[in-house]
Design a protein around this ligand. Structure first.
Ligand code: PMT
Length: 401
């Protein structure tokens, strides 16, 4: 009963994911929370006040102008009587109204009037989630201290695929528990690298690789979900910034190393980025031209090894340094050797041969190599890999404190 005695005001806004809020009420109550619900007008198109009331075993609040509602409990008291205001699902519309400070129904009035923490669980179409207006609204709300849970990537009711799907109910409950308990990684500062690096050939061309950043970004989101102060240092990707993490965007391996060093000290470093091992020794300052003399000769120089540098970091070494090994043959043997040469604590090997679809795909198969312990994980989504790794990191710090 991790939420025993906690009072949650659950604001359900009008999206198709509203049906999941019924299960959410049940699961929050299973953990001992008292759940009082506010429905927006849109929400009543997806769930009925009767079912919400039956599951919460409380009356349901809907109308700011209802004399009965105001007589029994004013909107100010409603918003202040709770320990947490949880908006699930949070549509693009309610996020926009919250960001603008609009109070044109009971839900947004309660959100504006509250002096209690607010957590939102966005759910919307991928294009709406990626729209500049929604991004700006979310950035503003996050800056004001609103906590975000998700959204996650997946199939949507509208038939599209991408980020915008509401986080699964058990994960929302974990986040709520994490909020009240501070999360198992609260007080830990963890840096994560993600994505590819771009190494310039000239001002318009570069050398890169096939990393999408999906795995690294998922790791950062999972760590942040467990309460860690998470710094995500990423090469160029097409992904949205995960909520709740401090984002640092870089291009080259040397920029990434500098950003990692600036982010120290940290309790842990998780190097998921696919860093280019080599760069062009002297990138041209002007665009290389075809001038009839044949293709240019590119001379390469070795890039710094970020994982190795962090692992050897002397006094500034994070307590836990974790690498990923991208292999196309002898996956486990190569990973074992890499862990030793790079002197990291754990390495997560994955096969990146084209047939596996690991680069850019949504699934991954991990073989974890630690000192004296190895684990073969079944194939799972990159988000599940991230959650499993975050839980393992949390166990590590649980034992070391
Ligand atoms: O981004 P996705 O499309 O989701 O794909 C995920 C992934 C395949 C990129 C990821 O799971 C992964 O395997 N990341 C490591 C990629 C890599 O560079 O592997 P590597 O075996 O070449 O390097 C081993 C480790 O050293 C890695 O932790 C890497 O970050 C680090 N490294 C490598 C070179 C370098 N110059 N500096 C480094 O820090």
């Amino acid at each position: 009963m991790a939420l025993h005695g906690k009072r949650i005001l659950l604001i359900i806004s009008g999206g198709i994911a509203a049906y999941k809020s019924l299960d959410l009420i049940r699961r929050l109550r299973d953990q001992g929370a008292a759940v009082r619900c506010v429905l927006t007008k849109g929400a009543t198109q997806f769930v009925t006040p009767l079912s919400v009331s039956a599951l919460s075993e409380d009356r349901v609040y809907q109308d700011i102008f209802s004399l009965t509602d105001e007589a029994e409990m004013g909107h100010i008291q409603l918003s202040r009587d709770a320990d947490l205001l949880l908006v699930a699902p949070a549509t693009a519309d309610i996020l926009a109204r919250m960001a603008a400070g609009i109070a044109n129904d009971l839900a947004t009035t309660a959100l504006l009037a509250t002096d209690k923490p607010v957590m939102v669980v966005p759910a919307m179409n991928v294009r709406m989630w990626e729209h500049a207006a929604t991004k700006a609204n979310c950035a503003l709300l996050a800056e004001r201290g609103v906590a975000f849970v998700g959204p996650v990537q997946g199939d949507m009711a509208c038939g599209e695929y991408g980020f915008g799907r509401m986080t699964d109910v058990p994960d929302i409950v974990n986040s709520v528990v994490g909020h009240f308990n501070g999360g198992p990684l609260a007080g830990r500062r963890i840096l994560v690298t993600s994505g590819p690096t771009f190494e310039a050939i000239d001002p318009v061309r570069y050398i890169a690789n096939r990393s999408s950043g999906k795995q690294g970004h998922a790791v950062a989101a999972a760590l942040s979900g467990l309460g860690a102060e998470t710094i995500l240092i990423s090469g160029p990707t097409a992904l949205a910034d995960p909520a709740g993490v401090k984002m640092i965007k870089v291009e080259s391996a040397r920029d990434m190393l500098a950003a990692c060093k600036d982010a120290l000290p940290a309790d842990a470093a998780i190097c998921v980025a696919a860093v280019a091992d080599w760069r062009v020794k002297s990138a041209a300052t002007q665009k290389l031209k075809k001038n009839g003399g044949g293709p240019p000769m590119l001379e390469f120089a070795e890039n710094p090894d970020i994982l190795k540098t962090l692992s050897k970091g002397g006094n500034n070494r994070p307590e836990l340094v974790v690498g990923f090994a991208a292999e196309t043959e002898n996956v486990v043997d190569n990973a074992r050797t890499k862990r030793k040469t790079k002197k990291c604590d754990w390495i997560l090997a994955n096969d990146v041969s084209p047939t596996t679809g690991t680069f850019g795909g949504d699934a991954n198969t991990i073989h974890l190599v630690a000192d004296g312990a190895e684990e073969a994980w079944p194939t799972m989504t990159k988000q599940q890999v991230a959650e499993r790794l975050a839980a393992r990191i949390s166990d590590h710090f649980g034992k070391s404190t």
